[in-house]
Design a protein around this ligand. Sequence first.
Ligand code: FAD
Length: 584
Amino acid sequence: MWSSKSERVEVKVDEKSFEEKVCDVLVIGGGGAGLRAAIEAHDKKANTLVVCKSLLGKAHTVMAEGGIAAALGNVDPEDGWQVHFSDTIVEGQYLSNWRMAEIFAKEAIERVYELERYGALFDRTPEGKISQRPFGAHTYRRLCHIGDRTGLELIRTLEDQVIARGIPFMDEVMVTSIIKDGGGGRAAAALGIDIRTGMLILFRFKAVILATGGCGKVYEVTSNSYESTGDGVSMAYRAGAELMDMEMIQFHPTGMIYPAGVRGMLVTEAVRGEGGILTNAKGERFMTKYDPKRMELSARDVVARAIYSEIVAGRGTKNGAVYLDISHRGADYIKKKLPSMYDQFLEFAGVDITKERMEVAPTVHYQMGGVRVDPETGETSVRGIYAAGEVASGLHGGNRLGGNSLSDILVFGRRAGGAAADVAAGMDVPEFDRKELESEVGRVLSPFSSAGNANPFYLKEAIAKNMWKHVGIMRNEADLTAGLKELEAISTEARKSKAVGARAYNQSWLDTLQVWDMILVSEAIIRSALERKESRGAHTRSDFPEKSEEWLMNIITVQKGEKMTHELRPVPKLPPELAALIKE
Ligand SMILES: Cc1cc2nc3c(=O)[nH]c(=O)nc-3n(C[C@H](O)[C@H](O)[C@H](O)COP(=O)(O)OP(=O)(O)OC[C@H]3O[C@@H](n4cnc5c(N)ncnc54)[C@H](O)[C@@H]3O)c2cc1C
């Protein structure tokens, strides 16, 4: 549908066409994964450069609320990496890469202590240890937190470290494409736009790390920030890298429902972790039907489906939601443990959560799928391209546990940074393919010479509405096929998308390029969802309601010629010593 050869204009480039920057390791993304990767690469003596499309410190990670999962055992001494490993595999519905889960569960502990050494101020237990709260489907109390502003403290701390080390960064730079070397086998350069001036920048490097976050903005109702348009997944795919399990999109059970402007905004799982109770419009505590043992602290996919089912069955509120109540914990406790939630509801919805119930409904929150990476190094299937954080796949399988992303971005950000620096130490900056660069410059500038006048802002909206309508919590072949058809129509329109005005701060230009990425990512999600003919984790098919052993497969998406193709690959089998740790 959307090919990497779509819409180009002929250009010849010379040294005046762009500014050139050369480094050993280029890190694309200033979220937790990108910053931790940059620290590691720099500490391993690689000349490292960070670029991000918003301002440094504003990355999506800053929004993280509930906490960071690591089996410190501070509150529940029985906890250990082995239990965290088991929880991650079981709740990932056995699609996770076991080696990634093992590395993750073991190393998350040290990454949290390291963050503390870097200066993060965690909430404390009465004895002065890092405090840990319960979260859905974690066997023990495991989420280290700073009230409900954990992401803010994480980013602040890492940013301090980056600045203290003098690691150079360029913000408000949107990278659009990876360029290969002459032989086409290795990544050699990246093309970017300086958003402030509209000038093109050519980054030349020995290795590049994609830490570009997720793609939640391809959905209408989402907790994600405006940045999450799936650029990294699209760039990697266009450069020939394999994607994996793109159908696995997490619907968080609790998003705000009104006012319209904040629909989808996250209501952190910490509300349920701190004792929040879900009821339907009839006042029934409905989780007794769906998971009587774990109740509100069941896995996210289970709670999201439960809320969805209550609403569809007509037991929702007038606003199409259910109630979440934390008021029984008392005003002082709520204001201390959930200060952002208190402010958010009071300011946006006029609801005082210390006295009143919240109305909540599912919202798109996270991509479990993404670029396929090597578990040890984060290298993708294209040499020289590494990926870490939400853009990468493999750890969370069919359903991510709350809190596992913040530890994921530190563990695998650090690993990717280290591996990229090691590779860079033994090589020269490769030559890039000039023809490929010219072709990419042509693609990137083509919106200015478009004969059409389609407005990319409306196209973004059309993509998001289509995905919400046809590729939601409950899927089936007819809806998915209709979604693909509608996406094709949007894609035809998108070829006529036009950038108007000068290049500096030109939102219509940036939006057009993002629309193209969003179409590609949406197509990968829909086609993978059509491919997986079973219900597993976040992917529920009403026409294939059972989970099937035969489907213990990762779905690989890769470009062959101009075609998006799929391959089923059996999930690597757990070795016996790790299989022995699994407790359902
Ligand atoms: C409201 C909310 C609350 C959450 N709470 C928690 C929680 O409590 N615990 C938990 O574990 N997880 C939580 N999550 C999930 C978690 O925050 C994210 O998965 C995680 O922060 C992703 O980090 P990242 O470094 O991979 O990407 P991001 O933080 O998304 O950073 C991506 C970076 O890439 C840059 N970028 C993107 N595209 C380009 C481009 N084309 N060119 C240049 N730069 C680019 C962006 O500017 C940004 O700097 C929450 C998510 C949300 C939305």
